[in-house]
Design a protein around this ligand. Sequence first.
Ligand code: AQP
Length: 320
Amino acid sequence: MTALSGITPSGRLTLGNHLGALRRFTDPDGFYFVANLHAMTTKHDPRRLAALTREFATLMLAAGVPEGTVFIQSDVPTHAQLAYLLECTSYVGELSRMIQYKEKGNRPMTRASLFTYPCLMAADILLYGAERVPVGGDQDQHVELARDIAIRFNREYGETFVVPQLNKAALATRVKDLANPTAKMSKSAADDAIGTIRLLDPPDVIRRQIMRAVTDSENEVRHDEANKPGVTNLLDILAACTDGDPVELAKSYATYGALKQDVADAVLAVIDPLQKEYARLTTDPGAIDQLLAQGRDRALDASTPRLQAATRAMGLAGSA
Ligand code: AQP
């Protein structure tokens, strides 16, 4: 089974991104990419995008994502090439039903890419023959569309793509915002948002944010998402960082203060080695370039045959 996952440089990486994605990118045969083409569907700052892309790629390497599996999406042109072919097999009707477009798009100044990016996402998936795509619930619609496109393409132009399945079993803990624990911790939150833990924030800032996390007016440490979202989020974070069971962990705490202290220690124990490795890697930019070139070449080799098959199937074979 081909493991494939992208992460969009739409803001600085968070603890949620690490626990839910980066640290699960462990397959030496996988493909893990910085989805920078996906970060341009709304107005963007080119310098910030370039800096975030480099930071993401370096953090992926620092997190121990296997060598040769990490690449930057725009370095592998097969993604954009296949995306165009898939745009030519998709319908305006199905793209206009996509949630992001319905919520943020459909205005005269909306970028056309906010309408077509689901085809790019389908290309990301279909290029590598991924059979199962581990995604959070908010991504279901994209995988459904990739399935529809693959089935239609195979029917109209001949068997070319593996039809992917949704892989809900692989879902990770959803880390919630510390200041608003009913919402997901998101990297696109404002840079100074107090509820978002950024992987590269100084340890004292991270500790302070955890100590200030919103809880409730009771005094009982209990895992109860509906009635105690703040405390439950802290227990889930502690469990994810220590490989523990959040319900069991709750029994060891009599006060919120003691829980927060342990959450801060556990989070910093996860983040500290990551920050040290990041700092070490950034002293040798040439080595980072080399690792990313290795990932790019491998992704290009793996994806080119399927792009060529799709190209031929659509009647674009040229003189070759
Ligand atoms: N809070 C979270 N808890 C656990 N996992 C999370 N992920 C994101 N937030 C959490 C996982 O990180 C990866 C990022 O995927 P993405 O870049 O496509 O963006 P996303 O899922 O929309 O994540 P963000 O951080 O919330 O970004 P923005 O703010 O841009 O929307 C995925 O594997 C996701 O499950």
